[in-house]
Write a protein that binds this ligand. Structure first.
Ligand SMILES: Nc1nc2c(c(=O)[nH]1)N[C@H]1C(S)=C(S)[C@@H](COP(=O)(O)OP(=O)(O)OC[C@H]3O[C@@H](n4cnc5c(=O)[nH]c(N)nc54)[C@H](O)[C@@H]3O)O[C@H]1N2
Ligand SMILES: Nc1nc2c(c(=O)[nH]1)N[C@H]1C(S)=C(S)[C@@H](COP(=O)(O)OP(=O)(O)OC[C@H]3O[C@@H](n4cnc5c(=O)[nH]c(N)nc54)[C@H](O)[C@@H]3O)O[C@H]1N2
Ligand SMILES: [Mo]
Length: 798
């Protein structure tokens, strides 16, 4: 069928195509073209995939007269079978936005002025050289993205690790899926998604933990809706303090107090063990650590958890019954788990749930420790998140030797004296003065990091040389010393990998605006200017375009869990994306990992020896080898610990932040797409009607949401959410306010991160965007003139 996108703002998921268990998901081809353009007018369709979430929805870009004029889902692709979500149907319009950066900018006498590429890149190279001479490699840091292409990350990773020789390289993936990676490493020894989207077709039970899939992976949710409306539908469990669209379809919805996931999960594990619903043979053959888990959750009864989480005992028992009797269980985990104080501990308990029930490696038995950003998987596998490329282990000398041979450098040149520096620590070093140059690519930390007043003051320091590579003059770019205009999706070629390991090729469809250049070209230019060499004096980076960069990466991935050696651009030009590992032995890719044991967890192969579940201290190689000599899955128990920031008389509420279906992050793209912008033009705050009554507030009032760090001024919406919890979307920065930038600190802002805390999960180092103590106060009654709104026009939202 074909779906007309006329009302995909009002109905983000479009028409249903129900199907039965085990049947293929029917095709539905979604299409959206600019006003007045018909399919006959399109001159070329250029292959690509979605860049506005991690689902990897394959699409063709419609081109006419050198411009993008629309998109169409690819019917043959395994991921979406032709479907697209609202952001993808409309978001491409941002490519042609009139305010794209078209020339490099440099700071002169305090102001950013246009210049040519040579001048801008010379400045970056000269500063790098001077810092290397005067202060050494530890004075240079890179903060990148989950939105560039694989070829770009690998190049950046090699130039940072072996060219500069710094350990200060991380991605905004730290804010996003660091916990997914960590949880997979803790349990399976290595990153790498066990499951497949096809598990949705087979599952009889689906559980979503802190994942508002309906709004954040709309096409995956369409697949679930089609199962729910077909014959023999799966049973759905949702764990989320809000009554999200997912919760509304769930058979059991548990709405815990934010920050209590570990207590809830321990109670579910307790019940499954108590009722004898474990798979003893599977545990025996494939795991270590079960006895400790059983002992640790012994006291975690549903009644115990009900008090902590404030959910009904019967609800926990019901969920445990469903999970305990499932025959094909699929679970997904995302930010409601990852962005809290026990993020890794909780995510690991979901892994444990699958292990004790033997629910892995078979159709329908899927575990999706989800990604968020489109190319976050590649940031991780290429080592642009600080870890070493190819999921190599910084504590394993053999892995370092492999990289050193591959790059033809001395092993000592690759920093591996300690764990990679995580993003918030990089900013801390910049604050303290040991980091003197920070190169930011494809991320907007002046809106997306916690505690924005602090981030702004760090970036604004005179002594810190800030390079920002972006499409627009973002809130972050405004604070830079050099701004490099980048080409983006549709304007450059490269590959990327979605949350279920599906690799797609995205081809260049149109020219970038003005002098904007692909990120790969910028990194290669920098490497050439810096003259990075290998130990024989040859060029460290010997590739020159996307395809040769991909080939270099294939060599690096060989023999590792994320083996790309069987792939190639030509192969990826076929009907569908392909799941890694893809090798000569598995030329069509690999639907599921761990169909036959957990060999990536072997002490010689594993990416990590694991961490302490409370402190995050690293386990030593010797300890790991004695715990898990044969490479089995590791069951790790965790004690529940309360959230770090307590509510108090002054801050009686819990603040959680997150997303709406219509916007992507700091809205640099979706805010420039008219349909999406109109659907959610300004920030709002959600509390329950009962909570509003308690606070003397009403729907539509203008309120300030205040924490010990700062305040956000927003329109109040009363919605179905736990009493005592306030939700604020984090999308709204300042670029589209009348002033275009944040006015001086002190007044309430518009960005949720004015209020969030500098604090992180001890294992994954992912910041805590989902638990802070807050209060909500009236700024102006609905309908009164807004004299008190200094920072922006607070529209009513929708
Ligand atoms: N429309 C849209 N889609 C996106 C994105 C986007 O910006 N917009 N971004 C992409 C990216 S990078 C990411 S990372 C993903 C994120 O996708 P999600 O994780 O689905 O999105 P969030 O809204 O951040 O958080 C999910 C849910 O966590 C719940 N939650 C809060 N606290 C708790 C808690 O203590 N326990 C539990 N169980 N739940 C809690 C919130 O109520 C919220 O509904 O989305 C991707 N897709
Ligand atoms: N309070 C709160 N804060 C959060 C979250 C939350 O739930 N609550 N979620 C966190 C999560 S999960 C994430 S992923 C982050 C996202 O936070 P950010 O990564 O900061 O958000 P984006 O707006 O996606 O920023 C991407 C930037 O890259 C630019 N860009 C796009 N394509 C390209 C390209 O090809 N090349 C280059 N050079 N630039 C490009 C865009 O214009 C944009 O400025 O936010 C985190 N912050
Ligand atoms: Mo994310």
């Amino acid at each position: 069928m074909k779906d007309s996108p006329d009302d995909r703002i009002a109905d983000p998921w479009g028409a249903r195509t129900p199907y039965a268990p085990g049947a293929p998901w029917p095709v539905r081809t979604d299409l959206h073209l600019a006003d007045g353009v018909t399919e006959d007018d399109v001159e070329r369709w250029v292959q690509s995939a979605s860049i506005l979430h991690s689902n990897g929805d394959a699409m063709d870009i419609a081109v006419r007269e050198g411009r993008i004029v629309g998109v169409r889902g690819r019917a043959g692709d395994r991921v979406n079978r032709g479907r697209l979500g609202p952001k993808d149907l409309y978001g491409w319009q941002a490519n042609h936005s009139a305010d794209r950066l078209t020339r490099p900018l440099v700071r002169e006498n305090g102001r950013l002025v246009e210049t040519d590429w040579g001048t801008a890149m010379d400045r970056v190279a000269a500063r790098s050289t001077r810092l290397l001479d005067e202060r050494g490699p530890g004075s240079i840091a890179f903060y990148t993205s989950g939105q560039l292409f694989l070829e770009e990350y690998y190049t950046l990773s090699v130039l940072a690790h072996a060219g500069i020789g710094t350990n200060h390289l991380d991605g905004n993936t730290r804010l996003c899926t660091a916990t997914a990676a960590e949880a997979l490493k803790e349990t399976f020894g290595s990153d790498g998604q066990p499951g497949s989207y096809e598990d949705i077709d087979h599952a009889d039970t689906i559980a979503l933990f802190g994942h508002n899939m309906a709004e954040t992976q709309t096409v995956l949710w369409m697949r679930m809706l089609d199962r729910l409306e077909g014959s023999d539908p799966p049973r759905l469990i949702c764990v989320d303090p809000r009554f999200t669209p997912v919760a509304r379809r769930a058979e059991v919805h548990l709405a815990p107090r934010p920050g209590t996931n570990v207590a809830l999960l321990n109670a579910l594990l307790h019940e499954i063990i108590r009722t004898g619903r474990t798979d003893r043979a599977y545990l025996e053959a494939h795991t270590v650590g079960f006895e400790e888990l059983a002992a640790r959750v012994e006291h975690c009864t549903p009644r115990w958890a009900a008090d902590i989480c404030d959910v009904p005992v019967a609800g926990i028992e019901r969920a445990a019954e469903i999970l305990g009797t499932a025959r094909r269980l699929l679970s997904t985990v995302l930010q409601g788990v990852y962005q809290s104080h026990q993020a890794s501990a909780a995510a690991v308990q979901v892994n444990n749930l699958h292990l004790i029930r033997g629910m892995l490696g078979r159709p329908g038995c899927g575990l999706l420790q989800m990604n968020g950003q489109p190319t976050a998987q590649n940031t991780r596998e290429c080592g642009a998140d600080g870890d070493l490329p190819g999921f190599r282990n910084w504590q394993n000398e053999q892995h370092i030797t492999e990289l050193a041979e591959l790059w033809n450098v001395d092993p000592e040149r690759i920093p591996h004296y300690g764990p990679p520096t995580h993003a918030l620590q990089i900013f801390r070093y910049a604050e303290q003065g040991s980091v003197r140059m920070l190169w930011i690519t494809g991320t907007n930390p002046a809106v997306s990091l916690p505690e924005l007043a602090r981030i702004r003051s760090i970036l604004a320091q005179e002594r810190l040389f800030v390079v920002v590579q972006d499409l627009f003059l973002t809130e972050t770019a405004q604070l830079a010393d050099v701004v490099l205009p980048a080409a983006t999706w549709g304007e450059k070629t490269g590959t990327f990998t979605n949350a279920d390991r599906t690799v797609h090729l995205s081809e260049k469809a149109v020219e970038p605006p003005g002098e904007a250049r692909p990120d790969l070209d910028i990194f290669l230019d920098y490497a050439a200017r810096m003259g990075f060499t290998d130990k024989d004096g040859g060029a460290l980076i010997g590739w020159h375009d996307p395809e040769s960069a991909f080939a270099a990466w294939q060599r690096c991935s060989a023999g590792r869990p994320c083996d790309y050696t069987g792939l190639g651009y030509d192969k990826l030009r076929g009907a569908s994306g392909i799941q890694w590992p893809c090798t000569a032995d598995a030329p069509d890719g690999t639907p599921r990992l761990y169909t036959d044991g957990f060999d990536h967890a072997h002490p010689d192969r594993c990416e990590s020896y694991g961490k302490d579940m409370v402190t995050g201290a690293t386990v030593t190689p010797v300890e790991y080898r004695s715990l898990n000599p044969d490479g089995k899955a590791v069951i790790k128990a965790a004690e529940y610990l309360p959230p770090h920031e307590d509510r108090s008389a002054g801050f009686p509420l819990q603040l959680i932040t997150g997303r709406t279906v219509y916007h992507f992050h700091t809205r640099t793209k979706t805010g420039r797409a008219p349909e999406l912008n109109a659907a959610a033009p300004d920030v709002w705050a959600e509390i329950s009607p009962a909570e509003a009554a308690r606070q003397g507030l009403a729907d539509g009032d203008l309120v300030d949401v205040t924490t010990p760090r700062g305040a956000v001024r927003a329109r109040l919406r009363t919605t179905a959410i736990r009493d005592g919890v306030v939700f604020v979307p984090f999308h709204y920065g300042y670029w589209d306010t009348p002033a275009g930038h944040r006015p001086p600190d002190g007044s309430p802002g518009r960005a949720a991160n004015e209020t969030t805390i500098t604090d992180w999960d001890p294992l994954s180092k992912q910041p805590l965007f989902k638990t802070a103590a807050a209060r909500i106060t009236l700024a102006a009654r609905r309908g009164t003139p807004e004299t008190a709104a200094p920072t922006h026009d607070a529209g009513s939202g929708t």
